[in-house]
Ligand binder design. Structure first.
Ligand code: SF4
Length: 499
């Protein structure tokens, strides 16, 4: 049989059908989206840094498409007395693993380190470690210690990266023993199914997202209709599956009196779907609108959150704002003034962003954000970050003046079957303002914006691509604040007032 890999072992533990599809019908795999792409990039960058953390080793260059070369290069490295090897390849009983870091001890045993670009341990990592221990030992490389090296969520960068502090190294020798003892039996089962003539009969369920989102959902979930019971917010997966398997597939088919719904927000969602028309609490919305103090600044940030903190004062995965759009309306119905800021990717964007906010967000009135805890969190971080000077209190004052434009939707004052149980701006806008769409934009969501900015951080980026991405980011962030303006206008119109 074609060998199994470490990642296939983890995949097979999650779902044997996924393993079969991956090996036999890769054409059915979902395309990689920008979010997944950014996770891959993070993992790669963190893995490269791990080689510096465990410095002095030799990298096995042969890639995953050339396992024979990788095995030969590993054998050469071992034969020449190399003590630390990165991406070493080992093969045992048709299972081939590439170990992130292996270190040879004086007594001939080896230590294994699995590198994860996460900020905490996860039991699923023990599966990776266990299959590597099994294969290494079987191939004649006994493992004395097994470790997981992950990012330290408490590390704050100042100056050069401190790799000893950035990486947390956890000894999992003992913790991985139970998973190790199960490897032969699990592998045996996987080998039966891996290349069987047909995929095993496995239905959809919570295993499709746990521990990792499966990349064959497009295939296995194709029969699930749009706005199905799986879109029920705050409902357990068992409840959704039970409904679906009983033939109650669409949200409006659910009977809130009999169908075992417990959360009142889920019940409300079902009631709205069954009603088939919007529900608007004019009193609550009127009170929200009448509480607004002009001038209003519509504010939106775009952020990046790399695992390796690029600048001072940042932790792994801390949200770093690199772009802002501000639209100011001095009085209701008055003209809007638009301001935008975008970092160039080459320097810390927060320093100039602080100046931008300080200059363009009015000192009076409300600051409107859609999901204000995000913008508020960034303002508070900026107020304590590098380059803030004496503008910290001004930024904190902006945070204190934030009003959440999502409130009418998240608090169910305004619901619509077309929101499909969600209240993100991307769900609400097309229903309230059908003329406004993100469809034709090069960048259509925050994840794509993050990926675009990650590209801008590469000093060698082709100038034409840099110019294109810069323009696309400006358009996208400006669209978000314009969407807020239009949603606010719509709310005013609901209560009979022109905005
Ligand atoms: S989508 Fe679900 S059922 Fe289909 S392969 Fe993935 S985990 Fe298995």
């Amino acid at each position: 049989m074609k060998s199994l890999s470490k990642s296939q072992y983890v995949r097979g533990n999650q779902c044997l059908k996924s393993l079969w599809l991956y090996r036999n019908r890769k054409d059915l795999q979902d395309p990689v989206d920008p979010f997944q792409q950014s996770i891959f990039h993070s993992g790669t960058a963190f893995g490269l840094l791990a080689m510096k953390r465990f410095a002095g080793g030799v990298l096995i260059h042969a890639d995953h498409a050339h396992p024979e070369d990788a095995l030969a290069q590993t054998a050469d490295a071992v034969a020449s007395g190399t003590k630390i090897i990165y991406e070493a390849a080992f093969l045992f009983e048709d299972v081939l693993v590439r170990a992130d870091v292996v270190t040879k001890n004086d007594n001939g045993t080896w230590d294994l380190t699995e590198v994860k670009s996460a900020t905490k341990m996860n039991d699923v990592y023990l599966l990776d470690v266990a299959v590597q221990r099994h294969v290494m030992s079987g191939a004649g490389f006994p493992v004395a210690h097994a470790r997981v090296a992950h990012a330290n969520p408490g590390y704050v960068r100042y100056g050069e990266l401190d790799l000893d502090k950035l990486f947390v190294v956890v000894d999992v020798t003992e913790a991985s023993e139970p998973a190790l003892s199960e490897v032969p039996q699990r592998l045996g089962r996987m080998k039966v199914f891996a290349d069987a003539p047909a995929a095993p009969e496995i239905g959809i369920g919570s295993h499709c997202a746990n521990p990792y989102p499966c990349d064959f959902e497009g295939n296995c979930w194709a029969h699930v209709p749009e706005y199905s019971v799986f879109n029920l917010a705050y409902a357990k997966m068992e409840t959704k599956l039970d409904l679906f398997n009983r033939g109650v597939q669409l949200v409006h088919q659910v009977n809130p009196d009999f169908d075992n719904l417990t959360d009142k927000r889920t019940i409300k969602q079902v009631q709205i779907a069954r009603l088939g028309k919007p529900y608007v609490d004019l009193e609550a919305i009127g009170s929200f609108l009448n509480g607004l103090r002009y001038p209003i600044a519509h504010l939106d940030f775009e952020t990046d959150n790399p695992v390796i903190p690029p600048y001072d004062g940042l932790k792994p995965y801390q949200q770093m704002p690199f772009q802002a759009s501000v639209r100011v309306q001095q009085e209701r119905g008055g003209p809007l003034t638009e301001y935008g800021y975008l970092g160039d990717g080459l320097e810390d964007p927060r320093r100039d962003l602080i100046g931008f906010l300080s200059e363009h967000v009015p000192e009076q009135g409300h600051v409107l954000a859609y999901y204000k805890s995000f913008e508020g969190g960034r303002l508070k971080e900026l107020a304590q970050g590098p380059g803030v000077g004496n503008r910290g209190p001004q930024l904190l004052d902006m945070a204190a003046r934030l009003v959440d434009l999502a409130d009418p939707f998240s608090k169910n004052w305004y619901t619509h079957p077309g929101f499909k149980g969600k209240w993100s701006i991307k769900n609400v806008l097309p229903i309230l303002v059908p003329t406004m769409t993100y469809a034709g934009l090069v960048i259509r969501d925050g994840t794509a914006a993050m990926a675009a900015y990650a590209e801008l951080r590469d000093p060698k980026l082709d100038p034409a691509r840099r110019a294109m991405l810069t323009e696309a980011l400006k358009v996208y962030c400006g669209q978000d604040t314009m969407a807020m303006v239009k949603i606010l206008e719509h709310l005013w119109a609901q209560v009979g007032v022109a905005a």
